[in-house]
Design a protein around this ligand. Structure first.
Ligand code: ADP
Ligand code: TZD
Length: 582
């Protein structure tokens, strides 16, 4: 490695003329120039020195136990900040471990950059066999929004700039940046190097919607008898919170948040139709989608969920990606642009005399909502022994209500489905979950990413199976002393713990784990605080302690092993299992 970085050279003009820098320094300088201050990663050949240098140059390097978790942390940081989160890995297997997170980020429209060290092109292309050799660039392409390789030190500035712009402009996504080992060690004249760096200007430009598209959308809303606004995580990502609130309140239209859009407006907002979800999806005659795709999470916009029998619906869809439109059903009024600009244009076009929804529609929604809330309250009030999902979540809900600033991470099957509807959110971008793929394994990566990015408390509500995918990161949480409280809903298995091997053999059933496992002991091994909770009262106390201390904590919440359903609410996607159980 060369002696001097660009920034620390304080030489005479003659020395300056001869000073050199290298690829390692240039990568860090390029990231810092673009206000990137944190790298999530896992070191090894050839990137260990890159991580060391990042730290020496004042960046944060958060080291993980598995690259997938580092990648998930980077992705959530990107979602929270609108700046790409950076994940750094070694080549081949390290890269592949990170690639799952990159693919998940792309699928969820989170901006991140996976930077991996790689073998020399010459060796890879001739398949000559190198330490952890792999054609990473081509492997990344199908799973990333863009993929670039830099071969010359003078192109590092361009490579980093292109990666940043690709990650955050238009529909955000994951970008792969391939840095061969030889590139990092290349030396280059320091003055030339400095000139080669690019500070990206206006990385995610506003995209103003066309006036005729705005008018078309307003006509659909104006003429609707039973309008509904549906907010997706794109709306939360856009950070257009005030504009969205204004549209909702000025229009008076009931709204439904997708799981990660919860809290964009407080879940207690009187126009929230969350508690009447099935009713409004089936009954609405016009739906305004704001940063939400009509994918499987919304039953593809058709069928029984959408009240097919009640006739076709009209959709307005606000999205930055024009090719999203008509992906499942016909969209009457596409509005293409960034959500802030689009929503602002809609509000501006509404005028003072814009009609409010009929009281008939609003009353019907309110009535259904109240009925469902009363039903849910009765279920939540029960105190069964052993504790079940509902009584445990009631305890957590009541604590979190007093701390709306807390970040909530959530994964599992039943644990995800129930927590999503029981735990209210009050502030935007505070809920991070399994997302578009319904993926398990985001838990500790998202928790660490959220804690590092926000500097505030995280509560991760985890199924015991879900937790297992990233559980080793408890050590990372303890090492960085992060204010993360992980609550494991321990029901002895995947979904439930009651299955038996139909063959009666020595092996337990496929969904079953060790009974009575003490996940709380795991965190104690790393100096964190472990609690066992078998009642809602014990859970409340342990959670309050964790939040008050801010210490890394794990609560082993013992749940009735027969509670919940197989696949949570996805039972319909698991027909084989339903058939076997008949
Ligand atoms: P959810 O899962 O919450 O329904 P999705 O991930 O399906 O949400 O949808 C997010 C949508 O938001 C994507 O189609 C994406 O293109 C869009 N999007 C993301 N950021 C913006 C933005 N700033 N402006 C407009 N659309 C955006
Ligand atoms: N692997 C990955 C990466 N993602 C997945 N979604 C699955 C496997 C399949 N899967 C689910 O869809 S939920 C789940 C798995 C393994 C775990 C459910 O058990 P849990 O949750 O203990 O986490 P509950 O709350 O007890 O149901």
């Amino acid at each position: 490695m060369a002696e001097a970085g660009i920034n620390d050279a304080q030489n005479s003009p003659a020395q300056e003329a001869q000073a050199t820098t290298d690829g390692f320094h240039l990568v860090i300088d390029a990231l810092k120039l673009n206000d990137i201050d944190t790298i999530f990663g896992l070191v090894g050949i050839p990137i260990t020195d890159l991580a060391r240098l990042a730290q020496a140059e004042g960046m944060r390097f958060i080291g993980f136990r598995h690259e997938q978790n580092a990648g998930n942390a980077a992705a959530v940081a990107g979602y929270m900040t609108k700046k790409p989160g950076i994940c750094l890995t070694v080549s081949a297997p390290g890269f592949l471990n990170g690639l799952t997170a990159l693919a998940n980020a792309t699928t969820n429209c989170f901006p991140m950059i996976l930077i991996s060290g790689s073998s020399e092109r010459e060796i890879v292309d001739l398949q000559q066999g190198d330490y952890e050799e792999m054609d990473q660039l081509n492997a990344a392409k199908p799973y990333a929004k863009a993929a670039y390789r830099v071969l010359h030190a003078e192109d590092i500035g361009v490579g980093v700039a292109r990666a940043i712009r690709a990650a955050v402009s238009g529909r955000p996504g994951g970008v792969y940046l391939d840095l061969p080992a030889k590139l990092l060690a290349q030396t280059i004249d320091a003055v030339k190097a400095k000139q080669s760096l690019i500070k990206v200007v206006d990385a995610a430009p506003r995209q103003i919607p066309a006036p005729d598209a705005v008018k078309r959308a307003l006509d659909v809303i104006r003429n609707a008898k039973r309008p509904l606004i549906l907010l997706g995580k794109g709306a939360a990502y856009a950070q257009a919170d005030a504009q969205i609130r204004e549209l909702v309140e000025k229009s008076g239209v009931p709204y439904l948040p997708m799981s990660m859009a919860k809290g964009l407006l407080p879940d207690t907002h009187e126009q929230s139709a969350s508690a009447a979800r099935s009713f409004v999806l089936a009954e609405a005659d016009a739906v305004v989608l704001i940063g939400a795709r009509l994918n499987w999470l919304l039953a593809h916009g058709k069928g029984k969920t959408w009240g097919a029998a009640a006739g076709p619906k009209q959709f307005v869809q606000i999205d930055i990606a024009p090719t999203e439109i008509d992906s499942n059903v016909a969209i009457e009024a596409p509005v293409i642009g960034d959500i802030g600009s689009c929503v602002e244009a809609l509000v501006a076009g509404m005028g003072a005399d814009f009609p409010k929804p009929s009281s008939e529609w609003l009353n019907a929604v309110a009535e259904r909502k109240n009925t469902n809330l009363a039903k849910m309250a009765a279920t939540l009030d029960k105190n069964p022994t052993p504790m079940n999902f509902h009584s445990a979540l009631r305890a957590i809900r009541d604590v979190l209500k007093t701390r709306p600033d807390i970040n909530v991470v959530n994964e599992g099957a039943n644990t995800l489905d129930y927590a999503r509807s029981i735990i209210d959110m009050y502030q935007p971008r505070k809920r991070f979950d399994s997302g578009t793929w319904g993926i398990m394994g985001i838990g500790m990566g998202f928790a660490i990413g959220a804690a590092v990015t926000s500097g505030t408390q995280v509560v991760a509500i985890e199924g015991d199976s879900a937790f297992g995918f990233s559980g080793m990161e408890l050590e990372t949480i303890c090492r960085y002393n992060l204010p993360v409280c992980t609550i494991v809903f321990n029901n002895n298995g995947v979904y439930r713990g009651t299955d038996v091997n139909p063959n009666g053999g020595a092996d337990v059933a496929p969904t079953v784990f060790v009974k009575g496992a003490r996940y709380d002991k795991m965190i104690e091994a790393f100096g964190g605080v472990g609690h066992q909770a078998t009642t809602p009262e014990e859970l409340t106390k342990a959670l309050l302690d964790a939040i008050a201390s801010g210490k890394p904590t794990l609560i082993n919440a013992v749940i009735d092993e027969s509670a919940g359903t197989e696949s949570g609410r996805l039972t319909n996607l698991n027909p084989q299992s339903a058939a076997m159980k008949k």
